[in-house]
Design a protein around this ligand. Sequence first.
Ligand SMILES: [Zn+2]
Length: 361
Amino acid sequence: MIKFLDNKLFRYLSVFLFLNSSILPVKSSSALAAWEIKTNGVLELRTKSNTNLKAYFQKANQISGDRFWVDFPGELKNPRTIKGNGPIKEIRLGKPNKGKTRLVIEFKEETYLKPLTWRMVGLDANRWRIKLFDPKYTFKKISEGQVVKRIRNIRKNQKLLNNKKSDYEYLKLPDVKQNKFSIVIDPGHGGLDPGAIGIGGIRETDIVLEVSKIVKNLLSDKGVKVRLTRKNEVDLDLAPRVSFANNEDADIFVSIHANASRGKRRDINGLETFYYKGWKGRLLAKNIQKQILKVSPGSPDRGVKQGRFYVIKNTSMPAVLVEIGFLTGRLDARRLEKATHRKRLAYAIAKGILEYLYKIG
Ligand SMILES: [Zn+2]
């Protein structure tokens, strides 16, 4: 894209950049499953789950009119052009390069568009929506495939049942040796330091305290001794958190946080877990990261990383710092404000910890 940026004729708008978890191999089929432009000017897409989409807008030039396009991973089988109507001149499906699919919507010259206000919204792991033009234009809908999958009732119920089953799979926590392990959970921030402030004023300190308390209860039920560095809204410095854990002679230390992106970018979402050093810290981080991702479908995996945060650097036992999502991210914030999701995250963290304890015996 760089080479175009110098050219003033072109203006790209990265409408939305989402889920970067899966990059499909070149040979795979197109991740675009269905699309529909509705009479009210809304484009809806159905893709493979967790697809990485990129959307662009380009002003008209000598060759073509205003264009909006979306790139999908996976190669399109049959490039084709579909005649438009109303404000849309035509729709083209092509492969801009090997292993890619591009859906281009070209508008008629007189169409009034406001691309700077456009936002591509992820409805769930495989559906997307963007409003392209006002309903004032007469337009007959154009579509290929079914954007909303219709399933016959019996199969639908079956599917719901299956979903339910997998939804609650996280509730099964592994057993470990009773009264053998002692751990310290550290809810980040507190008191005068609210940590990150997210969409709608959602506060990191509240979220992580609640999640930490649930983790404590879940682990206590499994016969693990758990101490929290703070139990309420107190301002607690980093050094006492560390000395508390070191004095407890805890087996592991888990600091729980939620993220904020610089500039509060709503398109930045995802989960990540840090450790400072050592294979045990890394193993613990990997186990937790794996579980929290499972209960956060569509949220990017930002990985297990080495970090030099004070609390994990200075604790004497294997220590991790887990970031359970971006309070400033559209996808994560919407979830983190729900009690059910916070509970799921707590289960996931507890599960990751228990799996680690089981492995190290
Ligand atoms: Zn934090």
